[in-house]
Ligand binder design. Structure first.
Ligand code: APR
Length: 276
């Protein structure tokens, strides 16, 4: 871990001092790279292989050719993500919930790894939806993703819904509106937070990147944990440059020791993916 230990201790102390249930974790694709899922804007990221413009919502609805390109992207997405397991960063975020600190996780990710890593589903706000469901854009009927994935793997095309509507994964594409109730809940938690921790995001996509700024403007401490500099580093109270897994594990281990009066002897591995 190449993060400054002093910064890790400071964040653990802020978590220990903060009001219970007023810490928001905000995550991006960088929290899932240690699970083997590439992010978008790092070297080798998905936007090196696919043009996000080509995958926009207006293009998707406009032409069968664009939809074919979109489904190629999703075939790759499902291939890369279906075997992925939560990594120590997801586990550490779930531990913050176990330790009574977390209000919500606001995630830009669609991989569902926060929930698999032990975060309560009702505490995970998926701003950009979830890739493990395919829905009709007209009647909202859902289809099992795995049947569509298998058809794509066999070189087949994605057919329309029985109602004649277009099928699309239940995720938000560029040019598509985000779910209003999720946005409102994310806004409410952001402005009520006293500690807002961004993990693994370049913080360049809106409206998602507006939430850390809302929190900061309402008086929360803003923390950014990222491998590279981000566009909000200048407004952050603390920037920890490092890998999400080791950094967040060190922070939560220290927090547990503080909570237990330094008598903490390490988490016992429980069932599932994460030790708490
Ligand atoms: N630990 C810490 N940071 C990491 C790690 C890691 N293991 N791996 C990658 N990162 C950092 C990268 O340096 C990068 O700055 O995470 C950031 C990921 O940034 P992006 O690839 O831009 O992903 P994200 O911020 O989630 O993108 C937001 O853009 O294309 C849309 O819908 C897409 O939800 C996505 C949105």
């Amino acid at each position: 871990m190449n993060a400054d230990g002093g910064k890790i201790s400071l964040l653990a102390r802020w978590l220990a001092e903060g009001s219970p249930g007023r810490t928001v974790v905000f995550s991006g694709a960088g929290i899932s790279t240690e699970s083997g899922i590439p992010d978008f804007r790092s070297p080798g990221g998905l936007w090196e292989r696919f043009d996000p413009e080509e995958l926009s919502f207006p293009r998707f609805v406009a032409s069968a050719q664009s939809r074919r390109r979109y489904w190629e992207f999703y075939r790759e997405n499902w291939r890369l993500s279906r075997e992925a397991r939560p990594n120590p960063a997801h586990c550490a975020v779930a531990a913050l919930e176990q330790l009574g600190r977390l209000s919500v996780v606001i995630t830009q990710n669609i991989d569902g790894l926060h929930q698999k890593g032990g975060s309560s589903p009702e505490k995970v706000l998926e701003l950009h939806g979830n890739m493990w469901e395919v829905r009709c854009l007209s009647c909202a009927r859902t289809y099992p993703w795995v049947e569509i994935f298998q058809r794509l793997e066999q070189g087949g095309e994605v057919e329309d819904c029985v109602c004649g509507g277009l099928l699309k994964p239940a995720t938000v594409s560029f040019g598509q509106s985000l779910p209003g109730e999720v946005l409102e809940e994310a806004r409410r938690h952001s402005i009520n937070s006293d500690l807002f921790i961004c993990i693994g995001s370049s913080l360049v996509v809106y409206p998602a990147a507006s939430f850390p700024q809302m929190a900061k403007h309402k008086g929360a401490r803003l923390v950014i944990i990222n491998r590279e500099p981000t566009s909000l580093d200048d407004m952050a109270d603390l920037v920890i440059s490092g890998e999400a897994g080791p950094v967040m594990t060190a922070v939560t281990d220290l927090l547990k020791k503080i909570d237990l009066g330094l008598s903490f002897h390490g988490g016992e591995r429980k069932d599932g993916n994460c030790p708490f």
